[in-house]
Design a binder for this molecule. Sequence first.
Ligand code: ADP
Length: 457
Amino acid sequence: MDIVHIASELAPIAKVGGLGDVIYGLSKALHKKGQAVTIMLPYYDCTDFSAIENLAAIGEPLKVKENGDSIPTKIWKGQFEDLNLILIDPAHPKGYFKRGVIYGEIDDNDRFLFFCKACITYLNDHKPDVIHLHDWPTAGAALLTNDMARVVFTIHNLQHQGRCAPHNLHKLDIEVDEEELSDHEYGEALNLMRGAIARSDVITTVSPTYRDEILTDDCGCGLEDDLLDHKKKLKGILNGIDTQYWDPATDPHLSQRYNQESVHKGKAFNKQQVLQELGLKQSNQPLVCSITRLVSQKGPDLILYGIEKTLELGGQFALLGSTPDEDLFEQLAEYENHPNVACSLTFNEPLSHKLYAASDMLLMPSIFEPCGISQLIAMRYGTIPLVRKTGGLKDTVKDEETGFTFDIPDNKGVANVLQRAFDAYPTDEWSNLISRAMEQDYSWDTSAQKYIDLYED
Ligand code: ADP
C-alpha cells in the first residue's frame, strides 16, 4: 500500500513531543512490513537537515492560492534513514515555516491550513491509497481529500482542536459547511478537529483507555457528542516506541551502554556522569527525573511537589522541562545551584537519553495522558515509572509490577507513590521491577499491524 502521513513533527529531526516519536516509529515499522511510506512535513527552518539525504527540490513549485495570490511552494524530496520525506516550502511573504519554532505562533491556523492545502494539492496528482493525518495541525486536510484516498485521522491529544475563524478557510478557498464545523464552545469559531472527526474514514486514539475516556463529558473536551456519533469508526491503538532508536545497548548518547544483564552497573556509571554534568552532588541515593513539556496537562505543580518530596525522602531530582510558564520558572529558580536538584528548562534530546539511562525513577503525574511515550522509554532503560493512572499510562504501567501508579492527581498521590518507590528501592524487589520493566515489548510491531488492518478495511 502507498501510505502518506501528513504530519507536523518527525523525531528526532523536527520534534516537540511524543507526536514526533510516533510518526518516526510507526513509519519505520510500516516500512519494515513492506508498506510504501511517505511523510509530508513543513520545511521548517529549525529542522535538523544534517540527517536528511539526497534533499532536492523537485519539479516546478506548486502554486497555492491564498487570498487570491499565488504562493510558489517548493516541494523538496529527501530520505531520512529508510523513510521518504516530502517537505513543503512556501515562498510566503510571512515566512510561515521560517520562525525558528514548530508551533506557538499567532498565525498557527494560517500556517498549518496552508500546509494542508499544499499537501493535498500535491497529492491530487499522486493519489496514495491511504492518507494518515495527525492531530489538529493536519485536520484541515480532511476537508480537502474528496475521496482521493482512505483517510485515517489520529487524535494524539484532543485538547488542541484547531479553532479558527471562517476567514482562515475562506482565504485558501476551502469550502466548508460552517454548521458541520462550528465550535460548540466558542460561537463564531470553526473547529478543524470536529471537521476531521466527521470527514475521516477512521479515527484512532493512541491508547485504548484514552479512546474510552474521550467519549465522556470529563475528557471529551467538548467533542464527546461528535465522537459518540462516530463511535463505530473510533479505535484505540496503543503507541509503541522505536526500539532501535531507544535502546540502552546501542544508544550513542550514553557514557556507558548497557542491557538487562548489565543494567545496574550501566545505570550507576551513567548516573555518576549525569550528576557531574548537571553539577549535582555525587550520591547513591535514588535519582528521580521528569522529562516533559511543562504544560498544565503534565501536572507541573505536582512535579514541583515531587521535587520537594524527593528531597524529603533523601533523593535527588533532575527536571528536563520545556516551555515552563513564568510562574513555574520563578518557582524553580529557588533550586538554582542546589546540590540535589537540577532543572534544565529547555528541549534537549541528548540530555533526555542520558537522563533515561541515569535515573532510577521517572515521575509522570499527568492530569490526562493520551498515551505517553516517556514512560515507555523509561521502562526500556530500566527506569521505574511513577505515573498517574490515566489514559495510556493506565494501559502501560502496572502497579508494583513495572512501576508505581496513583489515582488522584494531588500532592497526597505524589507523596504516596514516591514513598512506595523509595521503600522498594533498597530491597531485592527493585531488581525484579527493573527486569520486568525492561522485558516489556513496547515495539511498534503489533500496533503497526493494527494500523495496516485499518488501512485495508
Ligand atoms: P507529549 O507528546 O504530550 O509531550 P509524551 O510522553 O507522549 O508526551 O512524549 C514526550 C516525548 O518528548 C518523549 O520522547 C520525551 O523524551 C520527549 N521530551 C519531552 N520533553 C522533553 C525535553 N524537555 N527535552 C527533550 N525531550 C523531551
